[in-house]
Design a protein. Sequence first.
Length: 487
Amino acid sequence: MNSSENGSVFMNIQGFDCVGFDLDHTLCKYKLDNFFSLVYDYFAKTLVENKGYDKRILQPLKTHKDFCVKGLVWDIRHGDFLKLSDAGVILRASHGSRLLSYAEIQQKYGAERLWQHFHCLEETLEQCELYRYYENYFDMPSMVVGAQLVDLEEEKPGGWSASWERVTNDMLQEFRKLFSSHLYQEKLPAILTDCTKHPTQYVERCSPHLKEWLKGLRGERKVVFLLTSSQSDFASDLTEYILGADWKDYFDINLHYARKPGFFKIKDPSERPFFKFDDVEKTEEVTELETGQCYIEGNAKKFNEYLQKVTGKQQPKVLYFGDSMRSDIHPCSTHGKWQTVFVLEEMEVEELVPNETSVGMATDQSDGRNTRTGPSKLEREFLLSNQWGSFFTDELHVPINSKHTEEDSVDSTSSVTKPCSNPSSVDSANPTVLNTFWTGLMKKHATIAVPRIDYMSDFPTDYNFETFKSSDWRKGYHPGKPKNTAP
Ligand SMILES: [Mg+2]
């Protein structure tokens, strides 16, 4: 990356030796309105049929669309869903699907409203038995089911505190089966089969302009690779659908079923070697990777040896595109030295404000390229939420005088000025805007962010992208900032 005197730090794709892509929700844009409903319906049905849960969860996802949002943390024992700031303050919370008041949050989590597991979560981004977080479009619909199960359990004697362990185990077990990433079963799980049988309903083809841009990368002699955790047969079908029958020509090498983030974390390459795959099962273990091939499993250490070999460089510069903070962006930043482009659809649904140099905002050019329709109405409704507010920021309304009402604070002895989640009781003219947990992670770990990968093809190949490492980090958003941003 290059720095300038005014604190701006730039990256230019021409400066990279290798460019890699995640598949799901990155190179392959899903039609989230249909896809979310598909996941939700299967999940609710399987819990009712296999585990005997209340049929009321079978109502369509549309009924709960305002609860559905990316980035919440489920504090499992409490049965609470939390929206966190980048410092671990609980910005908003619900018990099951019921929004909690400011006082209720303080009663449960203390006057400062700091969530006790925040630092562990921020550092490791691991899921555990105490909490689960929802940061990708595969499991977001399951969160909505979880909230309803908390509500329904609370109607029974003993409530959620008597049943949380059983319910969350059932959920985890059934959800895993839905997407079972177990490679060696005879057929794909039903959700994935539906996607590959009816792709027009669930995914979008790459535009001719994007395909041209992708081919251009290989034309510039960069090593271009696909690195996905999806099962090999599913990934091949999907890539063929979005790119066409010549999909293999777009990549120097294809890595499927990579089981990220583990792929990046493996210290001893012999722990998880690469294998060949013959359309049904894995065959021989591979000691040396070759261009033009497709492999499964493996690890970043061994893959870096391949990149060194083909680029002839000791430290090839790698740029990787991904949509998952947990599986793509965070491990690239913490376990490797790869730069990353974070694909974040929330940027688009929360309204883009063009950058001053508004390259890439073209929507209706005379040559017919770059015309994009943007998210559908229902997709927008699923990704946006009145209950939870922006994915990027939240407003805290700080009382002007420090006298707390009972509603403001249950701990009136505290001298700390408290933010308030109930704007009606405070001065709404003086809100403090805070970044969310996910914005904090993005600033720290991603290089730039774009709403969808096809925006990349609007920029000239030698474009200097300002990055999140600039003194004004918000310039790392391209082609524009989401409307809700904070310093
Ligand atoms: Mg993905």
